[in-house]
Design a protein around this ligand. Structure first.
Ligand code: NAP
Length: 469
């Protein structure tokens, strides 16, 4: 090897890290709008490829054999994971965070074991390793639990017991206390084991009191823990791209959790400790109010006579995979000169951007998608609102019922439109488990059935295929 070969490789590594960091930042920028999201994904993939290639050029790599095996195993696991249906994306994301947390905890443990006999555990290194192992360990087991709850392999309801928060916080405090002692006396290896075990146990205990439906918010919080674990790992390995990517990951996960909490009008503490989703006595089984129900033909008649229509999609549209039928209705009504818009609530469905992704899949034009605050201004002048499998995000109780668990959550004011068509299978409640007075309002027509089927019938009526129209 020529004497100048090492510096050149080093330069190339640093240059590719710089390119990777720039691409990650651009990726986040582009991912924030549907029209540039594809470019954002490509930039993220490009950034990761640059980071991996740069690392492979690293002059101190001892052998490529293990790396090749790890990449083959990772690819073999990653390819099937990339093919899961959209409804399973939250649990797939949780699994990715679990792997990230595991990687951080393993790297931290390996570095501790390597540096301990060599006496190279400085205060800085031991602190970074302790943070990495605590965050990595709890992210690993916490994310596995979150994925299990979403996949319904573990019970989805919150499991609570007396003194739970105290026990959890005490465990965390013992782990942090042990970490401080370890930094002072790095040769006390048993403290390292205590930290590792407690962080793994804490991850499980943190998640069990949280209801399955709150998992998307928790997952984005775990995303930010995984990011912070990567930052700590970057300090341990003195790797700049890990520090940058981890910081971006950590902060974007945190911002997303804040946005989701705000959109549900819930605090972090309520999501983490509120045991939301427990069966609420009485609320769902209140006295039955009379509702006006009609057929797909009735709905089609209402729609045809409207000049403005707003569609409010919700979780039921995702369950029914009805986005393509929604698109057909959009086409039919637009063809008749009717103004059709889509009202997007930030937490409609079960993951951030759920409705945007489904509507984009059905190629609904982006400019027809309107955010909650903007559409609410137009709703009192709107002729017909079509609520497709949405419930909580259009529940007027959020505005006036102080006893309601969703009181204060911003909603789409579907009840303020001149008429409302609500499509769902039954009078069952949605995620929050509460009745919705929108369904019994005078200007609401319920059309019961699976959203895909009902919308398909409405399309048939609009195209005249249903006969007699
Ligand atoms: P929702 O309140 O959960 O209501 C969904 C409705 O869809 C149900 O009432 C259900 O009624 C109906 N439905 C289910 N399958 C259907 C089908 N095949 N065809 C027709 N209708 C169907 O949904 P949402 O209004 O979208 O509100 C989302 C909720 O999730 C909010 O409370 C939000 O806070 C919470 N959340 C969201 C996120 C997020 O990131 N988006 C994260 C955590 C929590 P039937 O059973 O009668 O059909």
């Amino acid at each position: 090897m020529r004497p100048d070969a090492v510096p050149l490789a080093e330069h190339l590594t640093q240059a590719s890290y710089l390119a990777a960091a720039a691409l990650f930042i651009l990726s986040l920028r582009w991912l924030s709008h549907p029209s540039t999201a594809r470019r954002g994904v490509a930039a993220g993939v490009g950034g990761m490829a640059a980071a991996i290639l740069g690392t492979l050029l690293y002059p101190q790599i001892v052998g490529y054999g293990y790396i090749a095996v790890a990449m083959i195993v990772g690819t073999a696991i990653g390819i099937p994971l990339s093919k899961v249906p959209l409804t399973a994306v939250p649990q797939r994301t949780a699994l990715s965070h679990a792997f990230g947390g595991l990687a951080a905890a393993l790297v931290g443990s390996a570095k501790y074991a390597l540096w301990l006999p060599e006496g190279e555990l400085t205060t800085f290194r031991t602190s970074a390793i302790a943070i990495e192992v605590i965050l990595g360990g709890l992210t690993f087991t916490g994310s596995l639990m979150a994925a299990g709850k979403l996949q319904e392999i573990v019970p989805t309801r919150p499991i609570t017991y007396k003194g739970q928060n105290l026990i959890n916080l005490s465990l965390l405090a013992i782990a942090v206390g042990s970490a401080i002692c370890l930094v002072a006396r790095p040769e006390q290896w048993w403290l390292f084991i205590v930290i590792l075990v407690l962080s793994l146990v804490f991850g499980v205990l943190l998640i069990i009191p949280i209801g399955g439906a709150d998992m998307p918010t928790v997952i984005s919080l775990l995303n930010s823990y995984a990011g912070l674990a990567a930052v700590a790992m970057g300090f341990v390995l003195e790797n700049k791209v890990l520090i940058t990517a981890g910081a971006l990951d950590g902060s974007s996960g945190f911002i997303l959790s804040v946005i989701m909490c705000r959109a549900m009008n819930r605090s972090f503490t309520n999501v983490l400790f509120g045991a939301f989703g427990q069966v609420q006595a009485g609320s769902a089984a209140g006295e039955a109010k009379a509702v006006k129900s009609g057929t797909a033909q009735d709905a089609a008649d209402l729609l045809e006579n409207a000049s403005s229509v707003v569609v409010v999609p919700g979780y039921g549209m995702a369950v029914a995979q009805a986005q393509h039928r929604v698109r057909e209705i959009y086409d039919q009504l637009s063809k008749r000169g009717i103004d059709v818009k889509f009202a997007i609530h930030p937490v409609a469905g079960r993951m951030p951007g759920h409705m945007n992704v489904l509507l984009a899949e059905a190629e609904v034009p982006y400019d027809a998608l309107v955010e909650m605050d903007d559409i609410n201004r137009d709703l009192p002048q709107t002729d017909v609102v079509v609520v497709v499998g949405a419930n909580d995000v259009v529940n007027p109780a959020a505005r006036h019922d102080k006893q309601s668990p969703i009181y204060g959550m911003p909603i789409i004011d579907a009840d303020r439109a001149k008429a409302c068509i609500a499509i769902k299978r039954s009078m069952n409640p949605g995620f929050a488990g509460i009745d919705n007075e929108l369904y019994s309002a005078d200007n609401t027509l319920m059309v019961f059935g699976d959203a895909k089927g009902v919308l398909g019938d409405i399309v048939k009526s609009l195209t005249g295929e249903a006969g007699g129209h």
